[in-house]
Design a protein around this ligand. Structure first.
Ligand code: KG4
Ligand code: ZN
Length: 360
């Protein structure tokens, strides 16, 4: 079965063709990251406009690269949640138009769930032997843990109660005036920190929440970085904004590397802690995880990969992390999930709507 996938939930316009939920024939992604970098983060209105401009060229390029015609496509899959509503609507309108004009079936896909299908793309890893799995989606918009059962039934075990981990990286980088997106640069500087720089760095808190919680919280860490970089804020009469003791420009390179390293340690320790708890929880519930699936842009992080590798050894289960091109937002994962899910009925399909949240 040949599925055409469409993704437009945030700042990537993507169209892909995937055969039988596994073989990627094409995976075209037009990223808007350079445009949003000018504003220090994703601007929703600009994202929608760029999707509208790019979706048709990306669609044609994807068909061309796969060497297929629209007539050969069996179904069309589109991400309809969660994400920026205006951005999602562009992909949904495109998908509806294609499905309606060709009489093909349409499948709606949860973008976050789709990240967890990505480790199986272009592999022959057995699904049966990998499930049930513990799934982690760590990106700029999401930090969620799922129990993944056969038939791609996903149960949300925990999620961030404030910022997503990638968002925390981006905000920390913004406080340190390191540019956007922040993840790659903080990861790089953290790895460059020497022992003395690490020893001099602040000891940032690892968020644990209550004993049994599988949720995450990263906003406290972000505030800790703000105070470490700029000092304690003070209210000054006649001024709207608090006044800080210093700016990021006052830090030495060694101090910046130390802060990056301390931030990365605290952020990734929180993830490792919850992965451990979730694996215990699944084992106690009588259905131990057969594997760990990891997706989302933060899966590129060196410390996260090391932590997952460590856990995988300790627990003696494989960890499946796709190559970077399939970790970041893409439409191949949407097409793959579209293969496993039931298409919408004739009466449902024209009513398909965009939803900002993962569940309504
Ligand atoms: O999955 P993605 O491409 O888009 C979203 O759905 O958000 O992820 C982008 C996020 C950004 O927040 C970026 O800073 C983060 O992934 N990221 C990283 C690394 N590479 C990208 N975070 C930590 N370490 C990295 N090496
Ligand atoms: Zn994503």
């Amino acid at each position: 079965m040949l599925v055409l996938g469409i993704e437009s939930s945030c700042d990537e316009t993507a169209v892909a063709l995937v055969e039988d939920g596994r073989r990627v024939l094409s995976n075209v992604v037009a990223t808007q990251v350079d445009t949003h970098a000018l504003y220090g983060g994703v601007v929703p209105e600009i994202a929608s406009r760029l999707h509208a401009e790019r979706i048709m060229p990306v669609f044609h390029q994807s068909l061309q690269q796969a060497g297929v015609t629209l007539g050969q496509v069996d179904r069309i899959a589109v991400a309809n949640r969660p994400g920026l509503v205006g951005a999602l609507l562009v992909g949904i309108a495109g998908a509806k138009a294609l499905a309606w004009s060709t009489g093909k079936r349409l499948v709606s896909v949860n973008h976050v769930h789709a990240h967890l299908v990505a480790p199986f793309l272009d592999t022959d890893i057995s699904l049966d032997r990998s499930l049930p799995a513990l799934g982690l989606v760590a990106s700029g918009g999401h930090t969620s843990l799922f129990r993944v059962d056969a038939g791609w039934r996903l149960d949300l075990l925990g999620a961030t109660i404030d910022d997503a981990i990638g968002e925390a990286y981006d905000k920390a980088a913004s406080i340190l005036e390191l540019g956007y997106p922040g993840g790659p640069v903080i990861d790089k500087l953290a790895n460059q920190a020497c022992d003395a720089e690490k020893a001099d760095a602040p000891d940032f808190p690892v968020s644990r929440l209550e004993r049994s919680s599988l949720d995450f919280s990263f906003s406290g860490l972000k505030t800790a970085v703000l105070y470490a970089v700029r000092g304690v804020p003070r209210r000054v009469q006649g001024q709207d904004k608090p006044v800080y003791e210093r700016t990021a420009a006052d830090l030495t390179d060694a101090q910046v590397r130390g802060i990056c390293s301390a931030f990365q340690r605290a952020a990734i320790s929180a993830i490792e802690l919850k992965l451990n708890r979730a694996l215990d929880w699944m084992a106690e519930a009588g259905k131990p995880a057969e594997s760990m699936l990891v997706g989302g842009g933060v899966a590129a992080n060196s410390a996260l990969r090391q932590a997952v590798g460590r856990l995988s050894k300790e627990r003696d289960i494989p960890s499946l992390i796709p190559p970077l091109s399939l970790c970041v937002d893409n439409a191949a994962m949407i097409a793959a999930m579209g293969y496993y899910k039931s298409p919408l009925s004739e009466s449902e399909f024209l009513h398909l709507d965009a939803h900002a949240r993962a569940v309504s």
